[in-house]
Design a protein around this ligand. Structure first.
Ligand code: FAD
Length: 146
């Protein structure tokens, strides 16, 4: 087993509609659990950023499937690195939608409060993911009160 993390970004296409989020999450929970993959998916109005961790062969197989998905395009891998430990071990895929509290985080890592993952310098992407993780409980609470 070679524990690895994969971080990529992508843009939705005309084949994507908001209702696809639930389908993507359903497939991901099922497939990632079966493959012992954990991670997080951050989605704004146009962009995805996904962090996945697991055995390298399983990650590569999963990513090969993901990039075939016509609901998004312009996939760019920011990191494919060996790791010592998991960051999202309790999540087959933590879903993080854009929220008001994340705008200040966007501003710190990008040039604007609007999320555009292609604007994050590659060396800062993992730090951004770790900060997202710290926001997770608050994001979920906001979602519950909306
Ligand atoms: P099913 O779950 O049976 O497919 C469910 C439905 O999804 C299909 O009926 C169809 O409507 C739609 N669908 C499936 N594949 C495609 C496709 N290629 N193009 C358009 N519509 C399709 N999968 C994972 O396993 N793990 C992940 O972490 C993961 N993350 C994703 C992140 C993003 C941003 C996107 C866009 C997709 C992600 N997926 C992930 C989904 C992945 O791309 C495949 O769709 C999925 O793995 C297929 O699973 P399945 O064969 O069991 O299909």
């Amino acid at each position: 087993m070679s524990l690895t993390r994969l971080i990529y970004v992508s843009t939705i296409t005309s084949e994507f509609s908001l209702g696809d989020i639930d389908k993507i999450l359903e497939s991901s929970y099922r497939r990632n659990s079966a493959n012992n993959i954990s991670g997080a998916l951050y989605f704004s109005t146009r962009y995805f950023m996904q962090y996945l961790e697991g055995d390298r062969a399983d990650l590569e197989e999963t990513y090969a499937r993901i990039i075939q998905d016509r609901r998004h395009a312009n996939c760019i891998v920011y990191e494919l690195e060996p790791i010592e430990k998991r960051e999202f071990e309790d999540w087959s895929l933590a879903y993080i939608p854009q929220s008001e509290s994340l705008r200040s985080l966007n501003s710190r890592f990008m040039q604007s409060a609007q999320f555009n993952p292609y604007d994050i310098p590659q060396q800062n992407v993992f730090a951004f993911i770790l900060e997202l993780k710290a926001y997770l409980p608050r994001v979920y609470l906001e979602g519950l009160t909306c």
